[in-house]
Design a protein around this ligand. Structure first.
Ligand code: FES
Length: 237
């Protein structure tokens, strides 16, 4: 395997040429905050929380998608990096509901943890909030799009891990959202109740219901025959 030598925060390391800067940093035990990145899913580069400074680059780069190069020098903890990460998280929080205490993911929320890590102590920006209805008809999952930060992990988990392709992005700009196929409810598509989307969601946008009986009832209901196909997949009654 071809290796390249790079320096991160003063530490030299040899990593495979196909590595990203984030992977190289992690191999040295250097912590870089991430939100859209998940080690078992393909990278997306959507959230920009993982920004680092690469000497010679014209701007900060997203380390999860930035490839290593021979001789590269990286700084993961400069004042500019810390300020940029904090601003990204503050902007995410500006559109996020502030009901953490009543959220199922309270104290187990990656967004909450990263906000604390990057030093957010107040909500400086009062952004527009989304007002989507709760999608709670699925026997196994509850989706609250208002808490979604558009990291895309649920889309990738559903398609890459499960091959079900229930979710996709829809709309543009502030109205961008993650929806089941054809914007149907999560009870009307070919969800297999596996819970992978909830497992990788970094916020409370998708959480599991504790209702095993309802899941079994749905799985054994012949009227709710599930057609499993590549995207988009729709359940027919
Ligand atoms: Fe790198 Fe989201 S973790 S862009």
């Amino acid at each position: 395997m071809e290796m390249v030598n790079i320096t991160i925060d003063g530490q030299q390391v040899a990593v495979p040429k196909t590595s990203t800067v984030l992977e190289a940093a992690l191999s040295l035990g250097i912590k870089v905050p991430t939100l859209c990145y998940h080690p078992e899913l393909r990278v997306e580069g959507a959230c920009r929380v993982c920004m680092v400074e690469v000497q010679g680059a014209r701007s900060l780069v997203a380390s999860c998608v930035y490839p290593v190069n021979e001789g590269m020098v990286v700084h993961t903890n400069t004042a500019a990096v810390r300020e940029a990460r904090k601003s990204v998280v503050e902007l995410l929080l500006a559109n996020h509901p502030t009901e953490c205490l009543s959220c199922q993911r309270n104290l187990n929320c990656e967004l909450q943890n990263i906000a604390a890590d990057v030093g957010v102590r107040e909500i400086r920006f009062d952004g527009e909030k989304k007002n989507y209805p709760l999608d709670d008809k699925n026997p196994s999952l509850v989706r609250d799009q208002n808490k979604c930060i558009l990291c895309g992990r649920c889309i990738r988990a559903c398609s890459e891990r499960q091959g079900v392709h229930v979710y996709s992005f829809a709309n543009r700009g502030f109205n961008t959202t993650v929806v089941p196929a054809f914007s149907l409810g999560l009870d009307q598509v070919a969800c297999t109740f596996c819970g992978q989307c909830a497992a990788v969601c970094p916020t409370g946008a998708i959480v599991e219901k504790d209702d095993t009986e309802a899941v079994w009832a749905a799985l054994s209901d012949p009227k709710k025959h599930v057609i499993v196909q590549t995207a988009p997949a729709v359940r027919v009654a």
